[in-house]
Write a protein that binds this ligand. Structure first.
Ligand code: TYM
Length: 344
């Protein structure tokens, strides 16, 4: 049976890239799949351990999920640390994953930077925890932005190795599913015009929560004026927009803004260029501001409203966590049996 899982880190500044590359697609998948959406607070402490506003940011991502249209009654929304199975399975996966696999992870290299000796062990093991998030629920489909592709490949490698290393134990217990073994080989769902939204200041850099310039990103909490200013200041080139997609090549900033427009309006870059081909950026940006304010304004307003009642958000998370735990506990029990860890 198909099951969707995805996670978002509560590291502040949820932005348009997170929305178009991930959250908006989470919303759409609710119509066709059972979905589990997780605020991954254990991942959030891998880069910086002490974060006085971690709890508030966990609530803010939860509010963003709900404000964007995720329904925590029909699907499962919770924060990772409330379900013990994530950390338990991550430990087993630390023993499945090879150093060589983790050494190839580009996100670790980027995040650790030059001072690698001083990066936390958690940051290094991050992808094994991510694999645990997904496989704890035996999720088959994972919607993410382009930047998570390598982590999802690692998740598949971990599933394959576990299934292989334990094939006899899995078969003996009758825990296997068909040909694959115990864990499914997860499909990444990456795509659309906004799988990789770039910085508004530099079309070669990813839009990111950690960019020091707030003008590089549109935050979900930005008001209409803020959105308008950032779009107006967004970097462009002097040429008018081309009328075909091929004309966007080597024009990273133009391509990014067209992709954003297409993502927000649920069309394709080709369609956007049919409408705006030949237009100057000033005119196109004005339309983009209107569209972004129309789509994001209500989300930001609803987030602000939800954030006034943290007790309600915590209740949503607690309810989601207890439903997630019911699934997770079964997987952990089976994994313990497979590995040979005695349990109660
Ligand atoms: P995180 O919190 O950095 O980002 C959340 C989601 O937003 C996507 N994203 C983008 N998409 C398009 N353009 C961008 N500029 C952009 N920036 C971010 C990310 O790809 C992601 O889908 N490791 C994950 C969190 C995670 C997870 C998981 C995801 C933990 N466990 C299990 C899926 C399944 C992360 O750091 O995402």
């Amino acid at each position: 049976k198909e099951l969707v899982f995805s996670g978002v880190q509560p590291t502040g500044n949820l932005h348009l890239g997170n929305y178009l590359g991930a959250v908006r697609r989470f919303v759409a998948l609710q119509e066709t799949h059972d979905c589990i959406y997780c605020v991954v607070d254990l991942h959030a402490i891998t880069a910086t351990l002490s974060q006085p506003d971690l709890a508030a940011q966990t609530r803010e991502v939860t509010a963003a999920f709900i404000a964007s249209g995720i329904d925590p009654a029909r699907h499962i929304v919770f924060n990772q640390s409330q379900v013990a199975g994530h950390a338990e399975l991550a430990w087993i996966f630390n023993c499945v994953a090879r150093l060589g696999w983790l050494n190839r992870m580009t996100q670790f290299k980027e995040k650790a930077g030059k001072d690698r000796e001083n990066a936390s062990v958690g940051l290094y093991a991050y992808p094994a925890l991510m694999a645990a998030d997904i496989l704890l629920y035996k999720a088959t489909h994972v919607p993410v932005g382009e930047d998570q592709k390598q982590h999802l490949e690692l998740t598949r490698d971990i599933a394959i190795k576990f299934n292989n290393d334990f094939s006899e134990q899995i078969a003996a217990r009758g825990y296997g599913v068909g040909e694959t073994g115990y864990f499914p080989i997860t499909e990444p769902l990456i795509g659309g015009p906004a799988a990789r939204v770039m910085s508004l200041r530099d079309g070669t850099k990813k839009m990111s929560k950690s960019d020091p310039s707030d003008y590089s990103r549109i935050n979900l909490t930005d008001d209409a004026d803020g959105i308008a200013q950032k779009v107006r200041k967004a970097k462009t080139d002097p040429e008018p927009l081309p009328s075909e997609e091929a004309g966007l090549e080597k024009r990273a900033e133009a391509q990014n803004l067209v992709g954003i427009y297409a993502g927000l309006s649920d069309t394709t870059p080709a369609e956007v260029l049919r409408q705006f081909g030949g237009a100057q950026f000033s005119g196109f940006k004005a339309s983009l501001v209107d569209l972004a304010v129309e789509k994001l304004g209500p989300i930001g307003a609803e987030m602000a409203r939800l954030m006034k009642d943290p007790g309600h958000i915590d209740a949503v998370l607690a309810d989601g966590a207890s439903r997630a735990s019911a699934i997770a506990e079964r997987t952990i029990a089976e994994v313990k049996d497979i590995v040979g860890l005695i349990r109660r």
